[in-house]
Design a protein around this ligand. Structure first.
Ligand code: FE2
Ligand code: FE2
Length: 171
């Protein structure tokens, strides 16, 4: 490689790093869709669930919707900053088959397990982004670490809910 003494590095914006940039954009697109689908699933569950015990879960999911939407916005903005295009709805394909409405809307455990699975999927993908942007794109890495932290805390919260149900022999 040529020495960059005469032209300082612009990191991920360097034309020499085009391939890296496209790879990061692809990872961000997947993250964006994961957030959008999570908004759909949590919105439905936060309305659908029935019963006295469901109220806490519904409120928690309701708060999460705003947070997940803000994640989607941040991923979208970063795609744009990297000269990518935020995809349109035609490119969407659903993956959260485990988080479809249960047969009985009082089946809170089904929703709790689904949320834990969705958060786990996000944690795995964002951990991959953090790893793949190491030394490549520190700004995307930094942003994703913040979002990863949110997902870890969501997952921990719902694990606590599940533990309570398991303790009571309902799950
Ligand atoms: Fe999220
Ligand atoms: Fe989350």
């Amino acid at each position: 490689m040529e020495t960059s003494a005469s032209s300082p590095s612009k990191g991920i914006f360097d034309s020499a790093n085009l391939e890296d940039r496209e790879r990061v954009i692809e990872l961000l697109r997947r993250a964006y869709w994961m957030e959008i689908e999570t908004v759909m699933s949590y919105l439905a569950a936060s309305v659908n669930l029935d019963g006295v015990r469901a109220q806490e879960i519904k409120e928690s999911l309701s708060e999460d919707i705003d947070e997940e939407l803000s994640h989607a916005k941040r991923f979208a903005e970063r795609i744009k900053e990297l000269y990518g295009v935020v995809p349109g709805s035609d490119a969407f394909s659903a993956e959260q088959h485990f988080l479809q409405p249960p047969d009985e809307q009082t089946d809170i455990v089904h929703v709790i397990r689904g949320v834990i699975k969705a958060e786990t999927g996000a944690i795995e993908h964002y951990t991959r982004i953090v790893e793949e942007t190491e030394g490549v794109d520190p700004v995307t890495q930094d942003m994703t670490i913040g979002i990863l932290h949110d997902e870890q805390s969501h997952r921990r919260l719902f694990e606590g809910f599940l533990r309570e149900y398991e303790f009571e022999g309902i799950a």
